[in-house]
Design a protein around this ligand. Structure first.
Ligand code: SF4
Length: 291
């Protein structure tokens, strides 16, 4: 719970605030950009909510903050934020909110689909928060958990225990050690079911993979994201723990695929028609080669 005593001086006067425990994951500034901004090493409130829509967004950020660093001086119904998750993005794909500190606030997603189409799929792990778990349960639980890489596994064990889901992960990121039931090996793409393709993308980590759903949604972990500052697709050179040249090679491989959504663990989501996406990806690869 956020502490008023630790309220950051950068906050605008008024109800909502961020305290000094903020780890600068940017979840709040992405979820509620009209309220929160990154002022440097941390985020703060620069505009206090003025209507119900803005208050709801602030509450969504509050429940999603991995460190409980967002507070308010007035009372608000927590369900304003809680009940918004999982948050529908498009078709049957949801953003889970409720990020976890152990994955530095990484974002996770849910594909809701009937059992005869393979059942629900969780991509990377949100925080195992009771309110979120209940809502996922009401949507049919979790049949499969896709893990993009070792940094963003958070509460995967608890989700596995609760729902009995099979976890999918690459061997080179410690899949066996983490207990994954389906272990991906090598660099060849792997068709998990008719709608889901696993594409190994070494670079950020050695065993990083991305998941392509219905040639429309690409779940990219820490491989690829949208940069709001540069207004372009981007990759993170400073956290290419395994190999930047490998990450460039992995990025170029994605030019062989069609998709309309980039859904990352960190960084902004991006949506465009497949042609625009391809053009943006080409720009990204060219930019990476200059770094
Ligand atoms: S969501 Fe929480 S930890 Fe992340 S930037 Fe906002 S206040 Fe900081």
């Amino acid at each position: 719970m956020a502490s008023l005593q630790q309220r950051l001086p950068e906050n605008a006067p008024g109800d909502f605030f961020v305290d000094s425990t903020c780890i600068d994951c940017d979840t709040c500034s992405q979820l509620a950009p009209a309220i929160f901004r990154d002022h440097g090493d941390q985020c703060s409130v620069y505009h206090q909510p003025e209507n119900e829509t803005e208050t709801k967004r602030a509450m969504m950020a509050l429940v999603s903050c991995p460190t409980g660093s967002i507070g308010s001086t007035e009372r608000h119904d927590a369900h304003l934020g809680i009940d918004a998750f999982p948050f529908l993005l498009d078709d049957n794909v949801y953003f889970c909110g409720f990020t976890s500190e152990s994955s530095f606030g990484a974002w996770s997603y849910l594909i809701a689909r009937p059992e005869n189409e393979g059942g629900n799929v969780l991509i990377d792990s949100p925080r195992f928060a009771t309110q979120l778990v209940k809502r996922i349960e009401a949507l049919g639980g979790v049949r499969t958990m896709l893990l993009t890489h070792k940094d963003d596994v958070a509460d995967h064990k608890l989700f596995h225990k609760k729902f009995g889901c099979e976890r999918v992960m690459h061997a080179d990121d410690g899949a066996a050690r983490l207990g994954a039931e389906v272990v991906v090996r090598g660099e060849e793409p792997f068709q998990l079911d008719p709608d889901l393709l696993v594409i190994p993308t070494p670079g950020h980590t050695r065993g990083h993979v991305v998941y392509l759903y219905r040639n429309k949604f690409l779940f990219t972990g820490d491989h690829l994201a949208w940069s709001p500052n540069r207004q372009t697709l981007t990759a993170f050179r400073s956290v290419a723990w395994y190999s930047w040249p490998e990450q460039i090679r992995s990025m170029a491989k994605l030019l062989d695929y069609e998709f309309e959504w980039v859904l990352p663990g960190h960084g902004d989501m991006y949506r465009a028609d497949a042609r625009t996406m391809h053009r943006e990806l080409e720009r990204c690869v060219a930019w990476m080669k200059t770094k």
